[in-house]
Design a binder for this molecule. Structure first.
Ligand code: NAP
Length: 431
C-alpha cells in the first residue's frame, strides 16, 4: 500500500482520537459552517457536479441545496447518543454510545455530493473520522468536498478524499484503523466490498441498486400518476437508485394511463446539461449508455414490445424509451440505470402486488390508489425499505432510508443513521 495512503490513514486516526472527545453539541456547530459554505458556493459546486457527470445544472444546484438542508438538520437535532442510566442491582449501570473510529465511504457518481454527505455528516457527528473513495469520474467533486470540510473549520484530516483504485480499497479495508465501511453503489460492488469487510470482521452498511415498482391501480388519479411516473423514471437521466423502473398498471386503466404517460414522458427531451431550462441531461458515461442499449436489445429479443424506442442521439445522449414487458423476460430482474422504463399490465390488485415483489431488489416502491385501506395494505406487503403513496418517492433527511433484499442493509438519514457507526459500551460496578 502506498506510503501516502498509510500516512493519511494515520492522520485520520490521530484526529479521530481528539474529535471523539468533543461534545456532540460542539461537533454540531461545524455543520452549520458547512451549510453556510454549501449555500454560498452552490453555483460553482453545482457546476462541478454537472462537469463530472452531466446532471442538468439546475438539478446540480438543487443537490447542493439539499446537502445544506442535511447539514442544518443534523446541526439542530437533539443528541440521541446520550448516556443511558439503567436500573440494575449495581451502583453503576450505564450505556454509552461510542464512535467506532475511521470509516471508509465508497461512493457512486449519480449524486456526487448528496451520497457522500448523506453518509459522512451523521458518521462524523457521531464522533468518527471519514476517508472517502469517490467514483472515478467524480474526483473533482470529491476534492471539493474535502476542501469545504476544511474551510468549514473541521480539523484537518478528519475528512479526507483519497484517490484509490479498487485494489487499494481492498488493502485499506485490511488496515486495523478502518473500523467500518459504507458503500453506495451497485449490488456487484456491494457483494465485493461486503466480502472483504467480512473477511476482516469490519462493520458494513450497503445502499445498493433498485428495481422499484410504480403501481397504478384502477381507482388511481391517472393524471397525477402519469406526471409523477415520468419524473420518477427520468429524473437524473434515469440514473437514480429509487427511480420507478417497473410500471405495473391495472388492465382496467391501462389504455387511458399509457396515453397520459407517453405525453408526460415526451416532455423529457435530452438537452445540454449546462442550460438552465434542461430537465433531461446526458448519461454520465459512454459505457453506461452502451450497457443500457444492450439491455434494451436483449429485452426485445426476449419478447418485450416497444412503446417508445430508446434512441441513441450521441454516445451519451439517449431519447427515453418505454417497453411493454412480457412475463419471464430476464431483463425484468435487472436494474435499468438510464432513461428506459418497463411497463407491465396486471389483471388484479393481488397480481400487482405479486409482480411488484417479484424482484431481488427492494428500495422504494410507489402505489397510486384513492382507497386508503388498499394503499396501506400495499405499503405493508411491498418488500422495500420505503413505500410512497400517490407520489413519487423522494428521500427526506428526517426519515430513515434503507433497502431490503439485494438493495442492501443498514440505515442512512434520520437520527437512526447516527447509530450505524457507533457501538454501545456497558459500564457496570459498585463503589
Ligand atoms: P458502482 O460501479 O458499484 O460504483 C460505486 C462505487 O464503488 C464507486 O466509487 C466505484 O469506484 C466503487 N467500486 C466498484 N467496484 C469496486 C470494487 N470492486 N472495489 C472497490 N471499489 C469499487 O456503482 P455506480 O455505477 O457508481 O452507481 C450506480 C449504482 O449505485 C446503481 O446500482 C444504483 O442503484 C446504486 N445506488 C444506490 C443508492 C442507494 O442509496 N441505495 C444510491 C445511489 C446509487 P470506481 O468508480 O472507481 O469503479
Amino acid at each position: 500500500m502506498k506510503s501516502e495512503i498509510i500516512q493519511s490513514l494515520h492522520f485520520a486516526q490521530t484526529q479521530f482520537k481528539k474529535w471523539r472527545l468533543i461534545s456532540f453539541e460542539e461537533r454540531q456547530s461545524y455543520f452549520l459552517a458547512l451549510e453556510k459554505i454549501l449555500l454560498t458556493e452552490k453555483e460553482n459546486l453545482g457546476l462541478l457536479i454537472t462537469q463530472d457527470m452531466n446532471k442538468p445544472i439546475s438539478q446540480s444546484i438543487a443537490e447542493i441545496e439539499k446537502c445544506a438542508g442535511l447539514c442544518r438538520y443534523y446541526a439542530e437535532i437533539t443528541n440521541p447518543l446520550t448516556v443511558e442510566l439503567v436500573e440494575t442491582s449495581w451502583d453503576i449501570s450505564e450505556v454509552h454510545h461510542e464512535p467506532l473510529g475511521v470509516i471508509l465511504g465508497v461512493m457512486p457518481w449519480n449524486y456526487p455530493f448528496w451520497q457522500v454527505l448523506r453518509f459522512a455528516v451523521p458518521t462524523l457527528l457521531a464522533g468518527n473520522a471519514v476517508v472517502l473513495k469517490h467514483a472515478s469520474n467524480c474526483l473533482n467533486s470529491g476534492d471539493a468536498i474535502e476542501r469545504i470540510f476544511n474551510e468549514a473549520g473541521f480539523p484537518l484530516g478528519l475528512f479526507q478524499h483519497l484517490h484509490l483504485s479498487h485494489s487499494e480499497v481492498e488493502e485499506l479495508i485490511e488496515q486495523p484503523e478502518i473500523r467500518g465501511i459504507s458503500l453506495t453503489g451497485s449490488d456487484a460492488a456491494g457483494r465485493k466490498i461486503a466480502q472483504i469487510a467480512g473477511k476482516n470482521l469490519k462493520k458494513c452498511v450497503l445502499e445498493l441498486g433498485g428495481n422499484d415498482a410504480f403501481i397504478v391501480l384502477s381507482d388511481a388519479d391517472l393524471d397525477k400518476a402519469a406526471e409523477a411516473g415520468a419524473i420518477a423514471r427520468l429524473q437524473n437521466c434515469g440514473q437514480t437508485c429509487v427511480a420507478g423502473k417497473r410500471f405495473i398498471i391495472h388492465q382496467d386503466v391501462y389504455q387511458i394511463f399509457i396515453e397520459k404517460f407517453i405525453d408526460a414522458y415526451k416532455k423529457f427531451q435530452p438537452k445540454d446539461p449546462m442550460l438552465q431550462e434542461t430537465i433531461l441531461g446526458y448519461m454520465s458515461r459512454e459505457d453506461l449508455a452502451v450497457d443500457l442499449v444492450s439491455q434494451y436489445k436483449k429485452a426485445i429479443e426476449h419478447g418485450a414490445e416497444i412503446i417508445l424506442p430508446l434512441e441513441v442521439l450521441s454516445p451519451i445522449s439517449l431519447q427515453p424509451g418505454l417497453l411493454k414487458m412480457n412475463v419471464g423476460n430476464p431483463i425484468l430482474d435487472e436494474e435499468l440505470f438510464g432513461p428506459l422504463g418497463m411497463v407491465l399490465v396486471v389483471a388484479s390488485d393481488e397480481e400487482a402486488l405479486q409482480v411488484a415483489n417479484t424482484t431481488s431488489f427492494g428500495l422504494a416502491n410507489a402505489v397510486f390508489t384513492q382507497n386508503k385501506d388498499k394503499a396501506m395494505y400495499f405499503a405493508h406487503h411491498l418488500e422495500s425499505g420505503s413505500v410512497a403513496i400517490n407520489q413519487l418517492f423522494k428521500s427526506d433527511v428526517r426519515l430513515p432510508f434503507s433497502g431490503r433484499k439485494n438493495s442492501g442493509y443498514g440505515v442512512e438519514l434520520s437520527v437512526k443513521a447516527l447509530f450505524e457507526f457507533t457501538a454501545p459500551k456497558t459500564i457496570v460496578g459498585n463503589w
